[in-house]
Design a protein around this ligand. Sequence first.
Ligand SMILES: NC(=O)c1ccc[n+]([C@@H]2O[C@H](COP(=O)([O-])OP(=O)(O)OC[C@H]3O[C@@H](n4cnc5c(N)ncnc54)[C@H](O)[C@@H]3O)[C@@H](O)[C@H]2O)c1
Length: 264
Amino acid sequence: MTGGEADMRGLSGRMAIVTGGASGIGEGIALRLAEAGAHVAILDADEANAQRVEQAIADAGGTAHAEAADICDYDVVVRAVDRAEAALGPAYALVNCAGGGAIVPFLETDAAQRRKTVAVNLEGAANVTHAVLKGMAQRGEGRVIMISSEGARIGSSGQAVYCAAKAGMIALAKTLAREFARDGITFNSVAPGLTDTPMMAAAMAGDEEEAGRALLGKIARSIPLGRVGRPDDVAGIVAFLASDEAAYITGQVISVSGGASMIG
Ligand SMILES: NC(=O)c1ccc[n+]([C@@H]2O[C@H](COP(=O)([O-])OP(=O)(O)OC[C@H]3O[C@@H](n4cnc5c(N)ncnc54)[C@H](O)[C@@H]3O)[C@@H](O)[C@H]2O)c1
């Protein structure tokens, strides 16, 4: 697959790892990076869907490699990154997109749920970043992009620990942006607002899909751009941040929320 209209300077032939690339926003990002000519490694716990996305990229003429891995297990992550780099070459970009969480009032959560939410959304991103960073620093180049959440900046009822973990991703990126600036590595965060994905459908609907859909419709009316987000809305800014166009941007947070929040 060559870039064509989707071309972003500096992505063609470069290797990008996308965690959570088997579904929703991560899938959109994996497809977009491949369209721009990147060689994409999909790291996801969902092996069947990771392979489905790998196949979709290959069918479109691109290069991809699926690795089944739980990002919460550091040893598993290191082995998956090693295999992905053996298949596609050293990682130039890492997109930490795997994550998620249910909408549950804080007092109804238990300690195990809270630990899991932090593990999936914050520890997991730290694990994968740790596994790729040494190589990036040795090569003197790299791009790390966190898929955080607008809830990290403005809060979101029923998602206290999830939002705290997502805010942790932003702080992780800002701190590493300083530590690794002289190594040629940039770190930025993207904060999606409500985005229509399998996770969001499940979180909104619970057992009552119709009620969930009605709620989504109501929320859409309160968003300045008049609709909830789509995975593709997030993919463009990620491709930009991974490209040469963003060489002088680091430690930033960019909202993709249809204007639901306007943060200076
Ligand atoms: N959908 C939204 O409204 C929204 C809004 C803001 C932020 N986000 C964030 O965007 C990211 C993607 O969300 P989505 O809505 O596309 O969800 P999704 O459920 O459609 O996709 C998430 C993917 O992450 C993978 N994953 C989950 N835990 C994992 C683990 N421990 N190890 C490896 N892979 C794992 C899943 O298998 C899945 O393929 C998440 O980090 C989410 O928190 C989503």
